[in-house]
Design a protein around this ligand. Sequence first.
Ligand code: DX5
Ligand code: ZN
Length: 219
Amino acid sequence: MNIKTSASLLAADLSDLRRETARCIDAGVDWIHFDVMDGQFVEQITYGAPVLKRLKPYCSLPLDVHLMVENPARQIEFFAEAGADLITIHIESSCDLAACLKRIRELGMRSSLAVKPDTPVESVYEYLPLCDMILVMTVEPGYGGQGFIPEMMPKVKKLREYADAHKFQNLDIQVDGGINVKTAESAKSSGANILVAGTGLFKADDMKAENSVLKGLSK
Ligand code: DX5
Ligand code: ZN
């Protein structure tokens, strides 16, 4: 399976996102992961569509937006206009999920649904026709730098098996939280193909080498 990496800017030097994005491009990262927090769905507030829009001209990589917000519906148009390529909304958020996923696609982006650690993965099954990707959280959303929860791997495995058995072979499965060279192996062998890494990539001595190991290109 073709493994892609998505660098979570939450762990970057936030005073210099342009340079940090360039560092990701040089390192061979595949996507940029943009964590949006509203202070309600999770405690913290990070950044929104105006920041993404300013970054877009300097970023040749797909922008992977993770909305950790209580009401994602009102954000979808803003992020489309700002240049997002993919939007993930949470199944636990307060919105018409099917309508939001459809709207994301109508606006020309890829659509994705996320599940928090306590949410059963079966809850996404009915939405699979509307999703290009499912994000299985491997930490509680809200903060970067937390420890990977290995108990999430059976969820990934179950989802991959279900997707393959129900003609969703092209479904991307993303894992997010605590992914590094030590934890990536179990995520990949469970069926995940998109690895979000914040701390793992930005705090590595050599981001390019770290990225290659995550992707399975070198040891
Ligand atoms: C957590 C965010 C993650 C996080 C990943 O709420 O969704 O994207 O920043 O960071 P690391 O890789 O440091 O766990
Ligand atoms: Zn994230």
